[in-house]
Design a protein around this ligand. Sequence first.
Ligand code: RI2
Length: 319
Amino acid sequence: MDVSSAVEKIKSMEVRGAGKIARFAVATVRDYVNNSGTDDIKELQQEVLEVFRQLNESRPTAVSLRNSLRYVYNHSIKQLSGKSKSLDEWKKQVADACESFISKSEAAKEQIAKLGSDLVGDGFSIQTHCNSQMALAVIIEAHNQGKSPKVYATESRPWYQGHLTVRQLAEAKVPVTLIVDSAVRHFMEQVDLVLVGADTISAEGDLINKIGTVQLALAAGDAGVPFVVCAETYKFSPESLTENGGGVIIEERAAEEVVPDPSAFPGVDIVNPVFDRTPAKLIKEIITEVGIIKPSGAKDLIEKEFGSGEDLDFLSGKE
Ligand code: RI2
């Protein structure tokens, strides 16, 4: 697939979910490098950085996308700079780094499912929001262990990712109930645990996730139900170490996703922010592949995984 089609698939949300877009982006880089006809390394390096930039701009909020490209950069292009390598060696190292990110990401999901399932007690009712492969992996693992979880899943307007969630759970034979987004507090009385995914986690331990997540966290807090986030380490933002407040852009999408014909509402401003920020104080724990942490541990985790942030400018191609 060419790069502009890949970018379009991410923008249109044909490929969506923070983990999936990260794997899809690096698979696009791998295919670009493997299919490149150029015989000039310098030219290919510049082209690959341009591919990085286009992919990075396709959706602005999920840091997973940027971190997946950063991983490929750090494990190939950065190490190769200044070394004389043949074109084939160079291509192989980039493609290997892409494959390595994809396998690490898949392994992280399995590990999160295992660690997270320990938090699920027998017969737990779990509430979830949107469609997070990480949260679902935990629930399905607990189900496979015979813990018989039941799930309340929100519709997640305006894109209705909740429909994907309920179908996925029903297919896995997990009892699931579809509820409207505004019913989260109403059903919280019957819930033991809230599990959601993450698009980005900041150094302060704040969660940026599908719009409506903060309401779910407030409802859980009010009812004394633990609110837990399932996130691979590449959902943590190294940029937030230096930028005040996390530097996360909240994506706004078209008004047509809210109402099919905005012109039928003359004089009405229709806005569609698709993510919101849940403060660390509302989050009990974050399940990652390297362990279950408190949100206050986010900064340490970022420093361990990404260093002090000296490579934040990797997309510029400067060394
Ligand atoms: P996983 C999704 O964003 C949701 O906000 C979900 O919670 C998050 O990505 C993480 O998903 P969107 O692409 O990586 O639907 O856990 O806007 O699958």
